[in-house]
Design a protein around this ligand. Sequence first.
Ligand SMILES: NC(=O)c1ccc[n+]([C@@H]2O[C@H](COP(=O)([O-])OP(=O)(O)OC[C@H]3O[C@@H](n4cnc5c(N)ncnc54)[C@H](OP(=O)(O)O)[C@@H]3O)[C@@H](O)[C@H]2O)c1
Length: 247
Amino acid sequence: MKNKTLLITGGTTGIGLATAQLLAADGARVIVTGRNPETLAAARAQLPASALVLKSDSGQLADAQALGSVLQQHGVTRLDGAFLNAGIGKFGPIDAATPQDFEDQFAINVRGPYFQIQSLLPLLANPSAIVINASVVAGVNFEHASIYSATKAAVVSLGRSLGAELAPRGIRVNTLSPGPIETPIFGKLGLPAEAAKNLIDSLGQGTLLKRAGQPAEIARLARFLLSEDSSFIVGEDIVADGGVRHV
Ligand SMILES: NC(=O)c1ccc[n+]([C@@H]2O[C@H](COP(=O)([O-])OP(=O)(O)OC[C@H]3O[C@@H](n4cnc5c(N)ncnc54)[C@H](OP(=O)(O)O)[C@@H]3O)[C@@H](O)[C@H]2O)c1
């Protein structure tokens, strides 16, 4: 990835930060977005000085549509790849779901990456690669995750459609679908810390490997899909779920 310029949205914690660190260690210039000033500052401290760390809220349509021009204002003239990774999850039964839960998850997980990709098109090189972070829940029957799962199924569909639409421009689009990965996302569910830890542990026990995945394991898959090593893979969803679907 030496000398490539790669964007990672939601690159301040978890899978996104691990991917940014891996790509930077490979010699890429990484650009990372997030929305929380504290995690933005922490990411700046954990990434090389060459990394560009920007506040850009994927849930705000104006921010998503302006992402390409903001990068240009920071001197970025071309992108070799983009990992559309920012996402949130809110879990619970349909009885408790609110319209706001629905709107927030669709705004951040689906509308954001769609209009970010649109705004990045003038910058994306030929060849280049786009990877969108979906989830294994897009394709399994998982209770109490109906809205989140629907956003991820939408993203897998976008990967297929845009894979076809952008291939003639030399832009390969794929999605990746992680299973349970131990990241800060479980600390954002409004659960006490111990309950959040128990949740990820029990989800890990639901895999064939009897453990949750680590962010670095998904970062390596993202790197593969962003790199020319995956040059004949397009419009595909690659699952890395520890075997959840086969239990
Ligand atoms: N962990 C899992 O088990 C798992 C499984 C399957 C798929 N995924 C997907 O993997 C992706 C990364 O999640 P993660 O597990 O690594 O969780 P995470 O540690 O919470 O990371 C989420 C990242 O997205 C950013 N983000 C959230 N909302 C944003 C917004 N509106 N605008 C800009 N940035 C935003 C966060 O930044 P801030 O701190 O600034 O909010 C953070 O950098 C998500 O799309 C998630 O759905 C995760």
